[in-house]
Structure formats: structure tokens, C-alpha cells
Design a protein. Structure first.
Length: 660
């Protein structure tokens, strides 16, 4: 049961009546905006839900807020679901409480429902989720964790909500990165190391060549980037400081501010690239001795050979791919992450010339200093789709990907779970796609922040290298095993196999949950000590909460299937029972909110709150030893709690265990 959804419909009907009665002068499309102000109360003393829109509506209508609220209350028909509302509170809040009868009935239905009271969406959409997308030629690292777990959680949640989801791992298996590897293989390879561990050696070659290329490119591009920053700054300075927010001039400010931020970040990256090479003795010597000058051009030439189908280049690429794919698939298996498709960049390569030709034919792209560019309103820099040397870019591949997905999958929405540093790219990509004719599709960039170390900088090893994802998982499981062992010092509760299974669930779950419990747009500090604690908002605490519920039914030897079938009614006599039940029945609302803003942290926050409500309930009230007239109702609440906590964690991709 979604009480908030039902209440919003009730308020819609009341507002429509007020419009019909000519009390309010509102357009129908304005009502939906107002209804977003029907929310859960922050203080349970004021009821379960509150409507906050009377104040903003009063301002629009030039009426006193309390009068607006009173006119709405007059027309509310809450019969059967909510207690009759009282007078407006404060400046115009309308507070409502779910009736005891409605709440008890909803709980009883949820207990016997395989979906625990969560109805499927009325409008089913086909949604493509594009996430993880590692460069297959090097080991996955900590930087891949956010895209992978956020994308997987969103996929699970959207699918549970009733949407048709298509997941696609857009692998980096082509293009310049492989040009770097091929060039590195020909100049710096260690064949013995490759035989021992192919992806580690290919990763070494990639990093080595990438640093040299980045430094070479930085020396050339930094002056242009600084000039572009000055140009955007000048455009911002020309905007009138006293312009109205709705004016045409002022509307340019957000895009210019975003572009200025992205360009400033780019200039910092160029400077860092130069420092990285100068501080590495081996790389610095290569540069100092003028070895491999113009390496960026040499790598582009190597890339072009691969793209042209050069037999030697293609043969090397084909020999690298199986080992690379096996490596990342092993990591995904440990993370319990699967994909419907893994259509990498190589899949779209043959489509790229057609994309550029079509953009030119439609007048969307034009030649500029030899390159083919799309010039977009609101952006100081063009969206380059083919470089002057004829090479295609990520932009071209991403446009081809949208075109192919629309022609073959016909989705209503595509989510790109990619870090925030690609913000400008996706703004320009989406604007180009809309101009190209794909204006009916809902394209969204689900951006996220950075995983930081204790020093507040991107998480690295002590030597400054990127932390490998597999070694991170190994360490998490090792530490989790110690936590499990400390909880069972006599080794009497669990077999060796059970300890291993629990350690895996707790360790991998800890890394996932630590990420998913954060606001995705924020950076967060990675800490094993915090994420493996058995208290606070951690996976271990949540997994323990599920195991605690399981223990009730194991101890009481209760058939939960029979309990569900026999639960025809539930009585909530104690305030703690009601508080727990009200929290449980918000499951549907929470999933609705996660879909709306693509923030799985909303689900983890609610799960933690629900576990806390259950703990308070269970510590204060008897369950197995309760009076006969109370026991079945409390057992039903416990069963529903366990199922919802388990389901919520599984939607986040967190495995649960029955004993801890």
C-alpha cells in the first residue's frame, strides 16, 4: 500500500474541486507540482503525512496561507484511509494520520503478498542502464566500484518496480586506449610478465604510455584550455549582474558556470599530467633523452592502423581480448553483478562514418579547422565528432550507441551511470542527440562523486597507484572473516564453510553498502574500519538485523509460510507496533523516490531507519513469549520486517545470511 500516493490523489481531487468552485485559479498542470509537497512528516507527533504546498500556493494566489489550507481541508475526502484532518498547523501545514483500521488492513495484506505491499508501476517503461564500462585491457580498480554498484542497484530497483530493464556494459575495448597498448607492446613489453598475468602486463603498458601521451598532449593543450577559460569568464562577465532569473541573458549563466568548472578541472588535469611524468624517473628519462617524441601522434597512428583493420594490429587485439574479458568477468562474479549485454566500443566502430555523414547531411555538424564539429547553443566549445586527422572520438561512439539502442531496443529512458567529471560531455551528447532527432527519449546522466582516502584525495595505494578492485575485495573478505571469528570466539556456531560464506557476504556487502549509503553526488572517504562495524549504518549491521529476525522463527520453530497464509488480520495495539508498521509500509514510497532521483542512498537510509524501528520494537515487546492474543500479530510484523529488510538489501545487491 502506498499511502502517500493515495493521499496525493485525494489532494488532487480536493484541488480540482477548489478550481471548479472558482476558489483557486490554477491550471491542471500546476497541480502535479504542488502534490510533490505531500510528504512524510519529520515529527511523528504531527501525524504520518503533511501537505506543505499551501504556502507556495497562497503566494501564487495572493491569499493567506491558512485560508488556502482551510479551503483544501474542506474538500478533502479521506474516508477509509486517514483520520479526519484538523485545522491547519502553523503557517498552513495540513497534517494527516493514517487510520488504525487502514494501517492494520494494509499490514495484513502485505504479510500475505509476495511483493510485500509494493504494487508494480502503472506505466511500465523500457529503461536502458549503461554502467561500469571498464577499460578491459587493465585490471579493474576502485574507481569502477561506484558506477558498478550504483548501476546494479538502480537496475534491480527499477526491475522490481515493474519496468523492463536492459543493462549494457559499454566496455572500453577499442579506440585510443588499445592504440596505446599496441604501441606499448611493440616498445616496452615484457613477454614473461604477459604469460604470467596478461591483464597486469597490459595494464602496465597502458599506464606507462598513457602518462607519456597525457604529458605530451598537456604541453600542447594547456594554453588552449586556459584561453577557453578566459573566454567563458569573459562571457560570464558580460552578463548583466541585475538581470532577472527569467531573462534570456541570465538563462545562459548555469551552462557557462558548468563549462567554466569543467574547463578549470581540465586545466588542473593537464598540469598534473606534466608533473606525473616529471616525477617518474623512468618516464622523465624517456622525455629528457627525447625518446619517442610526439608519442601522442605515434599512438594515434597505431590506433588508426587498428581501425583500418591492419592484420597485425587486429591479430594482437584479438589475442588480448579473451584474457581481458575473463579477468573482468571474474570480478563481476564476485560482486554478483550481471549484464544483459556487453556491447563495447568495438561493436559500434563500423557505424561511426555513417554518424558523421548523417550529422553533416542534416546540417547539424560542420567543418572547423579540419575537424567535424557540432556547435550547440549555450556551450562555448564545440562537440567534436571527428578530429582533423580523421579519427573518431568517444562522442561519435556515444552518438552511434544512442542511434543503435533506439533502433533496436526502443527504450523510453537511458541512464548513464558515469562520474561527474564527464558532465560537460553528457550535456553536449544529449543536446546533440535531441537535435539529431532523438528528442522523445529521456536521457539522464547519473553522476557520482569520488572515492577518497584518509588524506581527502582520490583513494590510492601508499605508493600512489590506483587501488585494484580485486585486491580491495580480498581485503574486505579477510577483514570480515576476522569480524565473524570475533563474534564466535569458540568457533562453535559455524562450520568453516559457513564462516567463509558469511565473510564473503559481509565483506563484499560492506564495500557495496558503504558506497550506496552515500549521496551519490558526494565524495566519500573509504574506511574498512567504519564499513565493517556491527553498529551504525553499515551492511554488517543490516545483515545482522535480518539474521536476528530469522533467529526468532528458528528459535520458535515457526512455519512462516503457514503464518502468512493464516494472517487474515493484524492488530496494532502498542504505539511501537504502529510505528514499525508505518515504517514498513513506506517501502513502496521509497522505491518510487529512488527511481525519481536515481539515488539508492534513499533506500539504504530507510532500511537503516526500519532496522532501528524493529530493534526498538523487539527490545521493548515480547514476541515468542507474548500473550496469545498478541503473539500472532507480532510474529506477522516480524515476518514482514525480515522479508522487507532482506528484499531491500537484495535490491542494493547485498547478500544476506540467516545466521551471524
Amino acid at each position: 500500500m502506498n499511502f502517500r500516493g493515495a493521499l496525493r490523489k485525494i489532494f488532487r481531487a480536493a484541488l480540482e474541486l477548489a478550481i471548479a468552485d472558482k476558489v483557486f485559479d490554477l491550471r491542471a498542470d500546476e497541480i502535479s507540482e504542488l502534490l510533490s509537497g505531500v510528504i512524510q512528516t519529520h515529527d511523528e507527533r504531527f501525524g504520518d503525512y503533511t501537505a506543505t504546498f499551501a504556502m507556495s500556493l497562497a503566494k501564487r494566489l495572493a491569499l493567506p496561507p491558512r485560508r488556502v489550507a482551510a479551503e483544501v481541508i474542506k474538500r478533502l475526502d479521506v474516508t477509509g484511509l486517514f483520520d479526519p484532518p484538523g485545522d491547519p498547523v502553523g503557517p498552513g501545514f495540513i497534517n494527516l494520520r493514517v487510520s488504525d483500521a487502514a494501517l492494520e488492513s494494509a499490514v495484513a495484506r502485505a504479510v500475505g503478498d509476495s511483493r510485500m505491499g509494493v504494487a508494480a508501476v502503472e506505466q511500465k517503461l523500457r529503461i536502458v542502464l549503461d554502467y561500469s564500462s571498464p577499460n578491459v585491457a587493465k585490471p579493474m580498480h576502485v574507481g569502477h566500484i561506484r558506477s558498478t554498484v550504483i548501476g546494479d542497484a538502480l537496475h534491480r530497483i527499477l526491475r522490481f518496480r515493474g519496468h523492463e530493464t536492459i543493462t549494457d556494459n559499454h566496455l572500453g575495448d577499442w579506440g585510443t586506449q588499445f592504440g596505446m597498448i599496441l604501441w606499448g607492446w611493440k616498445h616496452f613489453r615484457n613477454e614473461q610478465a604477459f604469460e604470467s598475468n596478461p591483464t597486469v602486463e597490459l595494464g602496465r603498458l597502458y599506464r606507462m604510455v598513457r602518462k607519456l601521451v597525457d604529458a605530451s598532449t598537456a604541453v600542447r593543450e594547456l594554453p588552449h584550455t586556459l584561453a577557453a577559460i578566459e573566454k567563458v569568464a569573459a562571457a560570464l562577465a558580460e552578463l548583466p549582474p541585475d538581470a532577472r532569473e527569467t531573462s534570456r541573458e541570465e538563462s545562459k549563466r548555469p551552462a557557462l558556470n558548468r563549462e567554466h568548472a569543467v574547463l578549470s578541472e581540465a586545466s588542473s588535469q593537464w598540469k598534473k599530467a606534466i608533473v606525473d611524468v616529471e616525477s617518474d624517473p623512468v618516464l622523465a628519462r624517456i622525455v629528457r633523452d627525447h625518446q619517442h617524441e610526439h608519442i601522442d601522434q605515434q599512438v594515434l597512428a597505431e590506433t588508426a592502423k587498428l581501425h583500418r583493420g591492419d592484420p597485425e594490429s587486429v591479430s594482437l587485439w584479438e589475442s588480448f581480448m579473451p584474457a581481458c574479458r575473463r579477468e573482468i568477468e571474474r570480478v563481476y562474479e564476485r560482486l554478483d553483478v550481471t549484464f544483459d549485454h556487453t556491447l563495447g566500443e568495438s561493436f559500434y566502430h563500423g557505424m561511426l562514418p555513417g554518424v558523421v555523414s548523417d550529422l553533416l547531411e542534416k546540417g547539424l555538424a560542420q567543418e572547423s579547422r579540419g575537424a567535424i564539429c557540432v556547435f550547440l547553443d549555450g556551450f562555448a566549445s564545440p562537440f567534436v565528432v571527428r578530429k582533423a586527422d580523421g579519427a573518431f572520438l568517444y562522442s561519435t561512439t556515444d552518438l552511434a550507441t544512442i542511434q543503435w539502442r533506439m533502433e533496436n531496443w526502443k527504450p523510453n529512458r537511458i541512464l548513464y551511470v558515469v562520474d561527474h567529471r564527464q558532465g560537460l560531455h553528457f550535456q553536449q551528447l544529449f543536446a546533440t542527440a535531441r537535435a539529431w532527432g532523438f528528442d522523445a527519449i529521456d536521457l539522464r546522466h547519473v553522476e557520482f562523486g569520488t572515492v577518497l582516502g584518509d588524506d581527502g584525495r582520490p583513494f590510492k595505494t601508499r605508493s600512489g597507484d590506483t587501488v585494484g578492485l580485486e585486491s580491495l575485495l580480498d581485503e574486505a573478505v579477510r577483514r570480515a572473516a576476522a569480524v565473524v571469528a570475533n563474534g564466535d570466539p569458540n568457533k562453535s556456531c559455524f562450520s568453516q564453510e559457513e564462516q567463509s560464506r558469511i565473510a564473503h557476504a559481509v565483506g563484499i556487502g560492506a564495500i557495496k553498502y558503504a558506497d550506496l549509503s552515500q549521496n551519490r553526488t558526494s565524495d566519500y572517504v573509504f574506511s574498512f574500519d567504519k564499513m565493517l562495524q556491527l553498529s551504525g549504518n553499515t551492511a554488517a549491521y543490516m545483515q545482522y538485523a535480518v539474521a536476528r529476525v530469522e533467529g526468532i522463527f528458528q528459535k520458535g520453530e515457526i512455519d512462516r509460510t503457514l503464518l502468512r497464509s493464516e494472517t487474515q488480520s493484524v492488530r496494532l495495539a502498542d504505539p511501537l507496533e504502529r510505528r514499525l508498521a508505518m515504517g514498513l509500509l513506506r517501502f513502496s514510497e521509497i522505491l518510487e523516490d529512488v527511481e525519481a532521483d536515481s539515488r539508492p542512498s534513499g533506500l539504504s537510509t530507510w532500511l537503516f531507519d526500519t532496522a532501528g524501528r524493529f530493534s526498538t520494537f523487539y527490545d521493548a515487546l515480547s514476541v515468542l513469549k507474548a500473550e496469545e492474543n498478541e503473539r500472532p500479530h507480532r510474529l506477522a510484523l516480524c515476518d514482514l520486517t525480515g522479508r522487507i529488510l532482506r528484499s531491500g538489501l537484495e535490491l542494493l545487491g547485498i547478500r544476506v545470511v540467516d545466521k551471524m
